[in-house]
Design a protein around this ligand. Structure first.
Ligand SMILES: [Zn+2]
Length: 87
């Protein structure tokens, strides 16, 4: 997520949150269908549980939402790399 680099007058295009993905999705949708399927079920549940309608407009998601969003991004990244990060 690099919101700071966006010019102020550009109509907001919401993109899939997966690292390197440029697919445009509805603002309330976290990732495109392909990447969303790579997110573990419990993480997907946690994202919806912490999602607040309007947070993509006021840019004030909860701390817990940001935490699970980071987990989801990492899970997708690991799947795309074909290996898990060493634990
Ligand atoms: Zn994607």
């Amino acid at each position: 997520m690099n919101e700071a680099a966006k010019p102020p007058m550009t109509p907001p295009v919401h993109r899939c949150h997966a690292i390197g993905c440029t697919v445009a999705v509805e603002p309330r949708i976290f990732m495109c269908r392909r990447h969303w399927r790579m997110v573990p079920r419990d993480v997907r549940k946690a994202i919806w549980a912490n999602y607040r309608p309007g947070q993509e407009i006021d840019k004030r998601p909860t701390r817990e939402y940001l935490r699970v969003a980071a987990l989801a991004k990492q899970a997708v990244y690991e799947k795309e790399q074909g290996s898990e990060l060493p634990r």
